[in-house]
Design a protein. Structure first.
Ligand code: SF4
Ligand code: SF4
Ligand code: SF4
Ligand code: FES
Length: 896
């Protein structure tokens, strides 16, 4: 699917000069003439053009006169040539364009009063601009609407055959779900095979359709575009940080749109390396939870008869009173707090300040503990960088991308478009070490099937191959000879036989992959849940750093090691110091000077680092009775952690469980007090995306009933506890953060980072490296399957299961996905029930074939607990970072 050279930013074409409306213009030979014209600031009509994909040339609007040609030329598909003399305006061109509009309108239904695009329609605009008034011969096509898809309706009467929907799906999404198809005497846009559309439902086709031919089922006939209030904000689902417009009416959220639109069709093709302005299915169609009737509308207190609503005044009085009493009786370490990384930076900052300064405990943690901290801690330790090293543009422009343990399309769909553009536009080689045939593996030059859960051994094999095949960078390794000698010795102790048996891949394949990576000038590593949420996640990230270091890729511009965080603000949670080992700015909590700085700023004394506690330790102390009050903000550990962690016992043991959340969750049902919080759409603040870019979150709606933004509740609690936290607005918190972390909000752009591994390689590396290169325990032969519990594209944690649009697309099916070959081998039919047995228990459920899964692997989406398959999984806590690994288990599967 090569790009036509007309718009490829990669084309090194000679500079040329041409004349546009009498003005001398510089351009590159062969680029689209339309692009050259629009870069001079002239906007000429163009209904089938969008800068994000190749020109199509169907609408006949972008006409210009080129000296030497008798008839007008379609400038979008014409190529700029040296010496061209171009005229863009004139009566002749106006009439020719008017004729094109009339041609479209004569077969158009003119049902503007009932069209969702009314007032947001390029055809309307063009008809108006060109004075098209006489349509007496109009012959609409009279076709029935195609309503076969779950999300999008196709009204082919309105279609102007511009091809934008087909082109964006093919060129940008690389899904290629749509096509032109002749039937009923006319051309239609249909899903491939003329069936109901089944695709990624990103909605890009909807966004670029210049008329009302594609409509959003979830928002149909409920608004006119000009009636909606449009608020620019940042998506709260994943860490990609997509900008979105939340469009609301008096009745709540009507739709979510994106900067990607036919309205924004003019841009520099090269800019798409940083993003194309679109959204994924979650961001665009998963908004219904915001004003869901299931939201908590008032504070609740548990009574003998169940939950009873109370006023904020009363409930805050209760919580403050009980916290004060517990603190007075047992000390501040009888209290602990956990917060979700879907809160804003300002809220995360305030939460840790509340816990440390107002309550006086360092038992504080966030959902970044579920994996991202393995990455940030390892990278901070080894290279002095506490976040991803490469932004979107560097990913797009890498020569080689090495993806390990990530199904990036499912977890970070918009980040995955950078990988797709790297493949499609910049010709990157992509290596994907994966146990399932992921979307990216299907597009990659080097899909490398590995056994499920074997990522850590695959990484060790890559390092071993780099060292043994002498694919090392001399300058990098000679600068730290002792470290290199220690690494050599460590990998020499690994056996290829064991590594290949564990990973299910061959030594040759590993060598080929590492050679490709090592020899590329710009090589980027992307990993995620299969590394950071796995056993030995911290060590595996260090091993990836080793790989980058020995091949000279750690400090070279355009190269780096990256892990994709899952929730919207995991990076912000780490940066704001919501981890018992970190202060805001990722200073170490154990560092006395660091603590002193914040103690002075906050006018308090901070609790000593001992005792501190992270998530799993907090739960343990709850069970043991040391912690008597647990404050949970947006966290639902009962639905997240497996039963073997003793999470229920911990939550049931505490004397005071306070749950603050927009919804009454499984954990909330155990609480003594439930505080109704707002969603991101009712908040002011910021999120930090995976690139480290700080993005604004703006309120689109007033808080739902009596719900309050989390930061307001923290401030009220702190003040009630006798520690004044008198903030009037989120901006007051921002100002405080700005003072303490100068430059944090000025990132604006992803800030280039430079790894500084020297200290790490010289101090301590030699002592610790051998332990990281060890094959560990054998797989459990009695349980031949690997169960993985992970994310799917249509969901994000448990939050998305409150969005009816996403649940409709991907409901809880309660089925175990298995490779059809395994099902056949076990003689299990599609409706049969299987018994899944792990070291932690057994349960029965139906299966579902999934061709993308490797043999010996089965999958269950982590968003659903019916049946509670997560309880089959054990939990291994990382000894360095306290990150719990609970997404993989060895299981036996038999017919029930
Ligand atoms: S929703 Fe996205 S994936 Fe589906 S057809 Fe439209 S552009 Fe393609
Ligand atoms: S459905 Fe819309 S975007 Fe697609 S070809 Fe028709 S008018 Fe163009
Ligand atoms: S879920 Fe992630 S990729 Fe999708 S729109 Fe939101 S931020 Fe973007
Ligand atoms: S924009 Fe050139 S033909 Fe449509």
């Amino acid at each position: 699917m090569a790009l036509k050279p007309v718009t490829s930013p990669d084309v090194e074409a000679p500079a040329i000069q041409l004349t546009v409306d009498g003005q001398q213009v510089e351009a590159r030979q062969g680029v689209s003439l339309y692009d050259v014209i629009s870069q001079t600031g002239k906007i000429i009509p163009a209904m089938c053009y969008h800068y994000t994909f190749d020109p199509f040339g169907s609408c006949g609007m972008c006409l210009v006169m080129v000296e030497g040609k008798k008839a007008p030329v379609r400038s979008c598909t014409a190529k700029a040539e040296a010496g061209m003399v171009v005229r863009c305006e004139g009566e002749d061109l106006f009439l020719a364009r008017k004729k094109a509009v009339e041609k479209h309108l004569t077969i158009h239904p003119l049902d503007c009063p009932v069209c969702d695009a009314d007032g947001h329609c390029e055809l309307q605009d063009m008809a108006f601009q060109h004075g098209v008034t006489n349509l007496v011969n109009a012959k609409p096509k009279g076709l029935p609407e195609d309503r076969r898809s779950l999300v999008l309706d196709f009204n082919m009467n309105r279609c102007i055959l511009c091809g934008e929907c087909i082109n964006i799906c093919k060129d940008v999404q690389m899904v290629d779900a749509l096509q032109f198809f002749k039937k009923e005497g006319t051309t239609h846009v249909v899903a491939k095979g003329d069936e109901g559309l089944v695709c990624e439902f990103c909605g890009d086709c909807l966004a670029v359709c210049p008329v009302g031919a594609i409509t959003n089922k979830y928002s149909k006939y409920v608004y006119k575009p000009w009636q909606l209030k449009k608020t620019t904000s940042t998506c709260a689902y994943c860490a990609d940080g997509c900008q979105m417009f939340i469009e609301t009416s008096g009745k709540g959220v009507q739709r979510v749109t994106s900067p990607l639109s036919w309205k924004n069709k003019w841009g520099d093709r090269a800019e798409t390396a940083e993003g194309h302005g679109g959204l994924c299915v979650r961001g665009r169609f998963g908004f219904q939870y915001i004003d869901s009737k299931e939201r908590l509308g008032a504070p609740l207190v548990r009574t003998e008869e169940g939950f009873a609503p109370r006023s904020w005044f009363e409930v805050m009085d209760t919580v403050v009173g009980r916290l004060k009493a517990l603190k007075a009786q047992h000390g501040p370490n009888a209290i602990a707090g956990l917060i979700t990384a879907r809160c804003t930076n300002e809220e995360l900052y305030l939460f840790q300040k509340l816990m440390r300064a107002a309550i006086g405990t360092n038992q504080v943690d966030s959902s970044a503990r579920y994996g991202h901290l393995n990455f940030t801690r390892a990278l901070q330790h080894a290279a002095g960088v506490g976040r991803m090293m490469n932004g979107y543009e560097q990913i797009t422009k890498a020569n080689v991308l090495l993806l390990i343990g990530t199904d990036i399309t499912e977890t970070n769909p918009i980040a995955s478009l950078r990988v797709k553009e790297a493949i499609r536009v910049y010709g990157a080689q992509v290596i994907v070490g994966t146990s399932r045939l992921t979307n990216i593996a299907k597009l990659a030059s080097h899909p490398l099937p590995i056994a499920a859960g074997s990522e850590r051994w695959f990484i060790q094999a890559l390092v071993k191959a780099a060292v043994e095949e002498d694919l090392v960078d001399e300058a990098a390794t000679t600068a730290a000879p002792e470290a290199f000698a220690a690494l050599k010795a460590a990998v020499a102790g690994l056996s290829w036989e064991v590594l290949t048996a564990r990973t299910g891949t061959s030594r040759e394949v590993v060598i080929e992959a590492v050679r490709l990576y090592a020899e590329a000038p710009k090589a980027v590593i992307l990993c995620a849940e299969g590394v950071t949420r796995q056993v030995e996640g911290y060590a595996s990230v260090l091993n990836l750093v080793d790989l980058a270091w020995v091949t000279g890729k750690l400090t070279r511009p355009g190269c780096g090691v990256n892990a994709l965080p899952e929730e919207a603000n995991e990076q912000g949670a780490v940066d704001m110091g919501v981890a018992s080992e970190l202060l805001p700015g990722q200073a170490l909590y154990g560092d006395e000077d660091g603590r002193a700085k914040f103690a002075t700023a906050w006018c308090c004394s901070l609790p000593p680092p001992d005792p501190s506690a992270t998530l799993m330790e907090i739960l343990k102390r709850c069970r043991e009775g040391g912690i008597k009050a647990l404050y949970l903000v947006g966290e639902n550990p009962l639905a997240t952690l497996p039963a073997s962690t003793g999470v229920r016992e911990a939550l049931e043991k505490v004397e005071l469980l306070v749950c603050q959340d927009p919804f009454l969750t499984e954990t909330g049902r155990l609480a003594h007090v439930v505080l109704p919080a707002t969603t991101f759409a009712e908040k002011d603040g910021t999120f930090t995306n995976l690139e480290g870019k700080v993005n604004r979150v703006r309120p689109a709606l007033e808080p739902y009933e009596e719900a309050r933004p989390d930061w307001e509740i923290f401030a009220a609690l702190g003040t009630g506890l006798g520690y004044p936290m008198e903030y009037e607005a989120a901006q007051d918190v921002q100002r405080e953060i700005m003072k303490l972390l100068p430059g944090y909000y000025n990132l604006g752009e992803p800030r280039p980072v430079t790894a500084q591994p020297e200290g790490y390689l010289r101090n301590g590396y030699v002592r610790e490296v051998a332990a990281r290169y060890a094959a560990g325990a054998e797989a459990d032969g009695a349980r031949p399957f690997t169960l993985t519990i992970g994310q799917v594209l249509y969901h994000s944690g448990k939050l998305s299961t409150r969005a009816s649009g996403l649940v409709q697309l991907y409901p809880s099916k309660g089925r175990l996905q298995m490779n059809p070959g395994d099902l056949a081998q076990l003689q299990i039919g599609p409706q049969d029930v299987v018994r899944v047995t792990s070291a932690n228990g057994a349960l029965e459920l139906r299966t579902e074939p999934n061709h993308d899964l490797a043999r010996g692997t089965c999958f269950f989406p982590e968003h659903f607990n019916e049946p509670p398959i997560k309880d089959l999984v054990g939990c291994v806590v990382d000894p360095t970072t306290g990150v719990p690994a609970f997404k993989f288990a060895r299981v036996a599967i038999t017919r029930a």
